[in-house]
Design a protein around this ligand. Structure first.
Ligand code: PEP
Ligand code: MG
Length: 876
């Protein structure tokens, strides 16, 4: 097995397709070297060795031997010596997993410096200030990464603290304006910080420095932030990171040097123009960390004209080569350009859509590639709300529009607090000077992120865009009073818990809770979705219970309603009273009284939905209320209901007690209700068919599909279907009108799946209720799983929450089996799915493979399902 892959002077051992071994960064460094991009030489240690190190706790002798050989070749390629003169070789050590995890793992620059090599560097560059600036950076990064000396309790990084103090004492703002002597003093202070923390002197031997740095980068795979990031982005823990070791090039050599980050197209809007930022006289980390606010890339044209021209050409070459927008890191060392990294650029959903359509028009990619280039989940962002342009909100302050959308929440000033309050169901806005990867868990928990420092490529901006979370950065007017947990803009104070509204599209921070509106989807979005629709085989319907939801679903491209939960129509206002009356009625006449009140409400709802869905099927499910959701809770509710019903409180309380179930999710719900109280089914069928006749008479094309829930035995279905069909005949006869309709069933308990052949003989269609099917297959209550399922997912026992992403190997078997048995009995049987999984891209891929006819999901997820279904079809 090859352990180390070199890249130098136009020739590399690896290439871009070797992500698994080299990580994304290493694979692209190799590729760029091969195609003639100026990359500093170096080598990559295989990611395969990461877990080997994590298991054993030490680097193998084989690896050390290969590293020594690679170092000799690197010395040869650069004409420099590691640890000695006349020209000293310094190294950059960078992590890089197969899947990009920006900023989540560690980097060390300027490795190889000690009291001797720093003099060599000073002599060679004729610039002691630069040499000591590099040295202090090295000790600081090494201290942070290898010795894990990071933020302490009482405010921040001890190295930064010393640096800030020194700058204040000298009355200067920029690090690079410190004199060589001051920097040398700082190196010594930094080394004593290390000694204090570790009880050992700072390692001076470059080889020792290197080995420990490689180990630290491997260890950073298991850091909390990296683990959190993997969980959110569903990256397997088993991958591991590679380690890239490259000869240093210096952006901090003076005013003719610099460093920057650029995107080949604007990552926020998708506009086809080079977009980026750079800093003169700085090292790479300065741009990403957001500590100094960088200049726009266009200024580089004046400052480094030759390097700028070359960079423009290279960025075009790379974009064409990868056929994707690239995010490129570069350094200019005394006017000469080096590319340090390229990767597919993280971009907003709006940019992703625009770029995909543009690239097809430019002939760079085909339509299927365009459809594949989007992450379905990311579309969420496009469907996000915006600040209502009609409202006149007070702008507290402005920053850069780093990630679009809008959000309202309460202010918090640190990540742990964000997580804590969000855990209590409070929407929070994380407000910080800048974010570091250690804040990741707080960013996940927040509705939006605001920082006072940093640019469009700062950590906060990149991470928020990746998560599709609204973000404003560089809101410089924010003046923090950390000890008192507050922040000030002018004379307005904002305390923890105050409400703010964040407009990430404009970059505004607004006071209070401002109203938000739904977004409009542009032409590019429609073009792309049309390409997706041309490619998919699965139909996409929506779960909608009201005409408003149905209209929104249709707007998002739903091809019908796959589930109308009739009990949801009773959650609102005083409608719940009628429902409660029916549930607690003690006999059939009592129930019929309550049902008479319910009937007109249901009919009106169905009329509204049928009208909106003119020409498309509407699946209406018979009542399936887990009774406890509707029982009156508490004395006040009981008293009120007793009064409405004209019964004694004691009697009602007794009835409620007798109706209380130990396991409501497995109790008197679903078709069991209609079986015991057929008058309920009869009323609902009556309402459905009367509504259908009414709208048909108006000229609406109506296709009702009546669905029986929670069927376990074919006889349950047979009896319920008989009531529905008989009621339909009565309505048709009364109105002198006939309407085509279907009666089908949900498949949501294992017994229904196992006996799908018997049920198919009776039913016109199946729809998998994967929420209940998951519950009953796992034997895991939907109501209670929240207490322990997160632990299962966090500890990796389960890869995903099975209520969010279908458990293919378990529940999926029942789906496949029911499809097979159902269609064996009734070829061509229409089969859909309407559990939450219908809007989960990974599950949609499974349903495509299971040859269902449609998925049905919440309206906002309809475009996501359309895209996921297209991607599944393209993969075929
Ligand atoms: C299901 O069980 O998957 C389903 C769609 O029904 P409900 O969530 O209403 O039980
Ligand atoms: Mg169900």
């Amino acid at each position: 097995m090859t352990l180390v892959y070199a890249f130098a002077n136009g020739k590399a051992d690896g290439n871009k397709d070797m992500h698994d071994v080299l990580g994304g960064k290493g694979a692209n460094l190799a590729e760029m070297t091969n195609i003639g991009v100026p990359v500093p030489p170096g080598f990559t240690i295989s990611a395969v060795l990461c877990h080997d190190y994590l298991d054993k706790g030490s680097l193998s002798d084989d690896l050390k031997r290969e590293m020594r050989a690679a170092m000799s070749r690197l010395e040869e390629a650069t004409g420099r010596c590691f640890g000695s003169g006349p020209r000293a070789l310094l190294l950059a050590i960078r992590s890089g997993a197969a899947v990009s995890m920006p900023g989540m793992m560690d980097t060390i620059l300027n490795l190889g410096l000690n009291d001797e090599t720093v003099r060599i560097l000073a002599d060679e560059s004729n610039n002691p200030q630069f040499a000591f600036d590099s040295y202090r950076r090295f000790v600081q990064m090494y201290g942070n990464v290898v010795f894990e000396i990071k933020n302490s309790e009482n405010g921040g990084d001890p190295f930064e603290h010393e640096l800030e103090q020194l700058k204040r004492a000298r009355g200067i703002e920029r690090d690079i304006d410190l004199e060589a002597e001051d920097l040398e003093g700082l190196v010594n202070t930094f080394k004593s910080i290390v000694r204090e923390h570790t009880g050992q002197p700072f390692p001076d031997d470059p080889e020792d420095q290197l080995l420990r740095a490689v180990e630290a980068v491997f260890r950073s795979w298991n850091s909390r932030r990296a683990g959190d990031y993997r969980r959110v982005h569903k990256i397997p823990n088993t991958l591991g990171t590679a380690v890239n070791i490259m000869a240093m090039v210096f952006g901090n050599l003076g005013e003719d040097s610099g460093t920057g980050v650029a995107f080949t197209r604007d990552p926020t809007t998708g506009a086809n123009e080079l977009f980026g930022e750079f800093l003169v006289n700085a090292q790479g980390e300065d741009v990403v960390a957001g500590i100094r606010t960088p200049e726009p890339l266009t200024n580089m044209r004046d400052k480094f004209p030759q390097a700028f021209d070359e960079f423009t050409k290279i960025s075009e070459v790379l974009e064409r080569h990868y056929r994707d927008v690239q995010d490129i890191e570069f350094t200019v060392e005394r006017g000469k350009l080096y590319v340090l990294q390229t990767r597919g650029a993280k971009r907003t959903a709006a940019a992703a859509v625009r770029v995909a359509v543009q690239m097809v028009e430019e002939g760079l990619i085909d339509k299927s590639m365009a459809v594949n280039s989007l992450d379905p989940d990311q579309l969420n962002q496009l469907l996000h709300p915006m600040v209502d342009p009609e409202t006149h909100a007070q702008v507290l302050t402005e920053g850069l529009p780093a990630s679009p959308g809008a959000a309202v929440g309460r202010v918090v000033f640190n990540a742990d607090r964000a997580e804590e309050m969000a855990g209590q169901g409070v929407p929070v806005i994380l407000v910080r000077r800048e974010t570091s990867p250690d804040d990741f868990h707080g960013m996940v928990a927040s509705q939006a992120i605001v920082t006072s420092r940093g640019g469009m490529t700062s950590h906060a901006a990149v991470v928020a865009r990746g998560m599709g979370k609204c973000c404003v950065v560089g809101a410089r007017a924010l003046d923090f009073d950390e000890p008192n947990h507050r922040v000030r803009v002018g004379d307005t104070w904002i305390d923890e818990g105050d409400w703010l509204t964040i407009d990430g599209t404009k970059g505004n921070v607004l006071l209070g809770q401002v109203s938000l509106v739904e977004p409009e989807l542009g032409d590019d979005f429609n073009t792309l979705m049309q390409w997706a629709d041309e490619r998919r085989r699965l139909r996409v319907r929506a779960n909608a219970d009201t005409p408003e939801d149905a209209a929104r679903a249709r707007g998002f491209g739903a091809e019908g309603i796959g589930l109308c939960r009739t009990e949801h129509m009773f959650f609102e206002g005083n409608r719940i009273d009628a429902m409660r009356e029916m549930i607690v009625a003690e006999d059939e006449p009592g129930r019929r009284d309550a049902l008479r009140k319910i009937l007109p409400m249901q009919r009106a709802d169905f009329v509204g939905i049928f009208r909106v869905m003119d020409g498309l099927p509407v699946t209406i499910r018979l009542l399936d209320p887990p009774l406890h959701e509707f029982l009156p809770h508490g004395e006040a509710d009981i008293a009120e209901l007793a009064e409405n019903m004209g019964v004694r409180i004691e009697r009602l309380r007794h009835t409620v007690e007798t109706l209380t179930e130990a396991n409501p999710m497995l109790g008197h719900r679903g078709c069991r209700l209609g079986i015991t109280y057929p008058e309920i089914t009869e009323m609902q069928a009556w309402a459905i068919f009367e509504a259908a006749c009414e709208v048909a008479a108006e000229g609406v094309e109506v296709y009702p599909e009546v669905m029986v829930p929670l069927v376990a035995h074919v006889e349950e279905f047979r009896r319920q279907a008989a009531i529905v069909r008989k009621t339909a005949d009565r309505v048709f006869e009364k109105r002198g009108q006939r309407i085509d309709y279907l009666v089908g069933t949900m498949i949501e308990v294992p017994r229904a799946a196992l006996t799908a052949d018997e049920i198919a003989a009776e039913a016109d269609f199946f729809s998998f209720g994967t929420n209940d099917l998951t519950q009953t297959t796992f034997g895991l209550s939907r109501d209670d799983s929240g207490r322990f399922l997160p632990h299962y997912v966090e500890t990796g026992l389960l890869k995903d929450d099975p209520f969010q992403s279908l458990d293919v190997s378990g529940v999926g078997q029942l789906v496949n089996l029911a499809v097979e048995r159902g269609r064996a009995k009734k070829p061509g049987l229409k089969i859909g799915i309407c559990g939450e999984h219908g809007g989960d891209p990974a599950s949609v891929v499974f349903f495509h493979g299971a040859e269902l006819n449609y998925v049905s999901c919440s309206p906002f997820r309809v475009p996501i399902a359309r895209l996921a279904a297209a991607q599944a079809a393209i993969k075929d």
